[in-house]
Design a protein around this ligand. Sequence first.
Ligand SMILES: [Zn+2]
Length: 184
Amino acid sequence: MNEEQEKYTVCDQCGAHILEKCAYEEDDFTLCGDCVVKQTNKEVKQAETIVNELRQEVSEQQKKEAQKQYRHRTALIFVICLLIFIAVQAFVYYSKPEPVASQKIDPQQNIYVTQSLILLAIHNYQKDHPQPPKTLKQLVPDYLPSVFARSFSQFSYHLEADLTPVLTLLETNKKEETTEGKAQ
Ligand SMILES: [Zn+2]
C-alpha cells in the first residue's frame, strides 16, 4: 500500500501531484487527467474550427459555382430568346405574302388587270421611295411578280416634269379598249 502511495508524479501542465498510474505520458510530457481532458477539448475545438473553415470554404465555392451556373444559364436563356426572336423575324419576313402571286393571272390575257396591278405597284413603290420608279423594271420583283415584266412592252410609262407617273396602254390595246367600251 505504502509503495503504491509513494508513486506520485507531477503534471507538467498544471503542476498537480498525481498518482503515477493516473498520469498520461505523451512525448516525455506528463499530464494529469484534467489536463488531458483540457488538451483533448482544445484539440477538438481546433479540429472543429478547421472543419468549420473547410465547410465555409466549400460552401463559398459552391455559392460561386452556383452564381457561375446562374450567369451561364442567364446567358443561355438570352441567346435562346435572341434566336427565337430572329427565327420569328425571319418567319414573318419570309411568310409575307407576295403581291398578287397567289392569284393566277395571265398578264397577256388580262391587260387591264395588269395595268391596275402595275399602277398599284407604282403606288406601293412610292410609299417606300422618295420618287416613283423611273422604269417599270424597278417594280420587279419587290412590287410586282416577274411574270408581269413580259407585259411591260404593251405600256408606255414615263414621269411628268412634276414626277407624276403616267402609265398608258399602247395603241394596239387601246383599240380593244374602245371596242369593248362600245360593246358594253
Ligand atoms: Zn494537470
